[in-house]
Design a protein around this ligand. Structure first.
Ligand SMILES: Nc1ncnc2c1ncn2[C@@H]1O[C@H](COP(=O)(O)OP(=O)(O)OP(=O)(O)O)[C@@H](O)[C@H]1O
Ligand SMILES: [Mg+2]
Length: 326
């Protein structure tokens, strides 16, 4: 019997967690890192790539997956969303229509309906995810969700459809989705940003829209790629003294090279951190009760599994209490 959940459960104790944010901020990397953490902790975890670009597969150094989930390592499955396949599955399960190789003429009708009626594409995505929650084959479903523009309409789609269709089967169908999606003990959204003006503004705007336009719980904000603190205060004073032309000249002789280039590099890193600080502070002061985590810009690890491992270590170091509470 599933354990009853409480609202104080950790993020990874929930059933369905969406990771969203502006393009390129690190949604896929954070999703992969959370997936690694959860699966290593023994949770049967499904990652769903909604944009089906295969980025999570690349990050986890495995083959891209189709609509059928594939197990890519112990306790970790991967699938790519595909709305036509989601519709076929729906027809097979709920309307008991025979499985057909291709939707054929129905596909044309589907295209027409999906493009004409608001919310159809979105409800297929959300419906498939909620169906997997209901089936309970996995303990946790992590969604590498669409970026800022689209996520609100996806999260709000069951509500929109239930307002549109007040009676009958469709109404019943969306009712159970709403029960899952709008229950904060089961479902949460994480918004990822990077420490610069536009991504932070967009993250705050998105957090506001999720709050106002949907009933989905905002679980956390993550600022990714934060330049780490390079020096302590006393080290910084020492570093500044090295930049004195007299000191540099002596050092050039000692190392038989141009120390100035190295100092310029370190200065640029310090500047990046200083420039980012006000945006990070702004996000933190506007976040209210929503927890905020900072993930460092990882140097020298490249991408793929090395980056995912480094991010998962940083996440559990910074956020252990928020991720797990049981
Ligand atoms: N903390 C980090 N340190 C260093 N590199 C990072 C970090 N996080 C992500 N990256 C790199 O940044 C790039 C973008 O990351 P990712 O693909 O996860 O972003 P995304 O938000 O999913 O992008 P898209 O919107 O295109 O799907 C990738 O090359 C990834 O390797
Ligand atoms: Mg991505």
């Amino acid at each position: 019997m599933p354990r009853s959940r409480s609202q104080s459960d950790g993020l990874l104790d929930r059933s369905l967690v969406f990771v969203t944010g502006k393009g390129g901020v690190g949604k896929s990397s954070v999703t992969a890192a959370l997936g690694l953490l959860a699966s290593k902790a023994g949770k049967r975890t499904l990652i769903c790539e909604v944009d089906a670009k295969g980025d999570v597969a690349r990050l986890l150094d495995c083959e891209p997956s189709g609509f059928e989930a594939t197990e890519i390592r112990e306790n970790l499955w991967l699938m790519s969303m595909n709305t036509e396949e989601a519709l076929r599955e729906y027809l097979r399960i709920y309307l008991r229509l025979p499985v057909v190789a291709k939707l054929g003429p129905l596909a044309k009708t589907f295209d027409f309906v999906a493009n004409a009626a608001p919310g159809v594409q979105e409800i297929l995505v959300v419906g498939k995810l909620c169906y997997e929650v209901k089936e309970a084959k996995y303990d946790l479903i992590l969604v590498d969700a669409t970026s800022t523009g689209h996520i609100v309409s996806q999260l709000a789609s069951p509500k929109g459809i239930s307002e549109l269709v007040r009676l009958g089967m469709v109404k019943d169908q969306v009712a159970w989705m709403e029960d899952i999606l709008y229950d904060e003990a089961q479902t949460s959204v994480i918004v990822v940003a990077t420490p610069a003006e536009t991504p932070i503004n967009e993250a705050l705007e998105l957090a506001g829209r999720i709050d106002v336009e949907t009933e989905v719980h905002l679980g956390a904000l993550i600022v990714n790629k934060v330049m780490p603190e390079l020096f302590s205060r006393s080290e910084e004073e020492f570093f500044t003294s090295l930049q004195d032309p007299k000191a540099s000249k002596v050092l050039d002789k000692v190392v038989a090279g141009d120390i100035g280039t190295l100092l310029k590099g370190s200065n640029a890193a310090l500047d990046m951190r200083r420039c980012a600080a006000p945006y990070v502070e702004r996000l933190m002061s506007s976040a209210g009760d929503t927890p905020v985590a900072l993930l460092p810009l990882m140097f020298g690890v490249g991408t793929g599994m090395k980056l995912v491992r480094a991010l998962s270590e940083a996440l559990s170091a910074e956020w252990d209490e928020l991720l797990w509470r049981d």
